[in-house]
Ligand binder design. Structure first.
Ligand SMILES: [Zn+2]
Length: 478
């Protein structure tokens, strides 16, 4: 205690930290390194300067470091060691590979499993619910402050995560035992109370994902769909590979369920055969099994590949946007791009293309294709063009897609920009409206030359996606 009171006096001295940086230098270069943890610990200048009088006695250093820890960290540490922590088990938090997205994994191991049915349910309940609860706790913990601190097992700080930069958090509850069949159903079982929307899978399935997904962007899109499937009571899949199989085939596979009644339990068969074959054949490499792949067109694959390598900040959003396209919508975009690539060199100017609709699932985009032999629109013109379309159509939002090709027709870059009405400055509103009006007039005249007349209930030729009576008939013929 004597040593303590001496310490207290020293700690009140504001000049005691004056040479801390020099001391750190010395500490780093000495052999063996001295008590480096102190500098990485609480981070206060006082703690660092303790080296001066703590000398080489590790106990004194530890004690004094502890005394300098800010109260909130101490409090968290106390919770942690008393096992009341929200992160008391072995969660893995994987976030570094994916900017702005975090994946929380919690693993559990069953004990006394599969002896009788009653036991089975109880073990299973413990297994999944416990992992789920930990996922939920970790999730709450991470989101409880702007900066989440992750600790090592010895309670030292492993890393700090700036939660303001995280846009999405996935929780995955992983069971060590192979309870594949139950894991896939666990999310829906009534006797389990799952709180975290966690995706329940076995460790084996996690390994399947590691083997299957080459692209982190595609994997993140899959996780989004997979999480949605946990909330879809109609979906009754009995195996994790069914989820993956359905994803490969349909991408947004939960949409397949929208036409069925709410109380239905729908099973899907035949989705996993290709995957089963692939994973079985892996044990016999001489068969060279082809990996089942996402049924998406080349343009989409190349665009996602491009995004993967780019440092574009919104790349996850952009790839999710493209991967959400239905098969028809993909085909339409590919045809539009293909048409522009062929037509633009002939007419020697850029042409735009786009889609419209006001529904939640409708795609609203304006697209441009750049190629070296065709003079390009300016960025400002493309922006105005897209915003004038948004204004004229009364869109809630509109995406601008820019595809850039080289002279060999290879995609060299891609840009995704989301616009809303808030992006229109009050001073440009009128000119953008007139731009939209001019374009609508032009399209209407072309249509009338071919068709002579339009009914109010027809889809408006201006491309807004609305009925003529509620669109150009109202706005143009005044
Ligand atoms: Zn119209």
């Amino acid at each position: 205690m004597e040593q303590f009171s001496n310490t207290e006096t020293s700690l009140l001295d504001n000049h005691v930290d004056d040479h801390v940086d020099v001391e750190i230098q010395e500490c780093l270069s000495s052999d063996p390194p001295k008590s480096f943890f102190m500098f990485a610990g609480a981070g206060s200048g006082k703690t660092r300067s303790l080296i001066t009088y703590a000398g080489d006695d590790p106990k004194v250093i530890a004690l004094k470091t502890a005394l300098n820890v800010p109260f909130d960290e101490m409090e968290r540490y106390a919770t942690y060691v008393s096992d009341h922590s929200r992160f008391a088990t072995h969660q893995g938090v994987k976030g570094l590979e994916y900017p702005r997205v975090m994946v929380i994994l919690d693993d559990s191991e069953a004990r006394g499993f599969l002896t009788d049915f009653e036991n089975h349910i109880v073990s299973y309940q413990n297994l999944i619910e416990k992992a789920d609860k930990q996922c939920k706790n970790t999730y709450d913990y991470l989101l409880s402050s702007d900066e989440a601190i992750i600790y090592n097992q010895d309670a030292s700080i492993k890393t700090k995560i700036n939660m303001r930069e995280i846009k999405d958090v996935f929780t995955i509850s992983v069971t060590i035992d192979n309870i594949n069949d139950y894991a896939a159903r666990a999310e829906k079982l009534k006797f389990l109370e799952l709180k975290s929307k966690a995706i329940c899978i076995s460790l084996d399935d996690l390994m399947v994902y590691r083997e299957f997904f080459d692209s982190p962007l595609v994997f993140l899109h899959f996780l989004q769909q997979r999480r949605q499937a946990t909330q879809e009571s109609k979906l009754a899949l009995s195996d994790e590979l069914d989820h993956l199989g359905m994803y490969i085939k349909h991408n947004m596979y939960c949409i397949q369920l929208q036409d069925y009644p709410d109380d239905a339990h729908i099973r899907f068969y035949g989705y996993r055969e290709e995957l089963d074959n692939y994973f079985c054949k892996l044990y016999h490499p001489q068969l060279c099994p082809p990996k089942p792949s996402l049924k998406i067109p080349d343009l989409f694959l190349k665009t996602i590949n491009y995004l993967e390598k780019s440092d574009f900040e919104e790349k996850i959003q952009a790839s999710n946007y493209l991967l959400d396209f239905s098969a028809d919508a993909r085909k339409q975009l590919c045809q539009s791009v293909e048409y522009a690539l062929q037509r633009q060199p002939q007419v020697k100017h850029m042409i735009s293309f786009g889609t419209a609709g006001s529904g939640k699932l409708d795609l609203r985009y304006t697209g441009f294709v750049e190629q070296p032999e065709v003079p390009a629109f300016t960025e400002e013109y493309k922006r105005q063009y897209t915003l004038s379309t948004l204004l004229w159509n009364d869109d809630p939002d509109r995406i601008m897609l820019d595809f850039v090709f080289d002279s060999n027709g290879h995609l060299v870059s891609f840009k995704y920009t989301q616009y809303t009405i808030a992006d229109i400055k009050p001073t440009e509103r009128e000119s953008l409206w007139n731009m939209g009006k001019e374009r609508a007039n032009l399209r209407l005249n072309i249509y009338l030359k071919q068709h002579q007349q339009i009914n109010p209930s027809d889809i408006c030729p201006c491309g807004s996606g609305k009925k003529y009576g509620a669109c150009c008939k109202k706005h143009l013929n005044k």
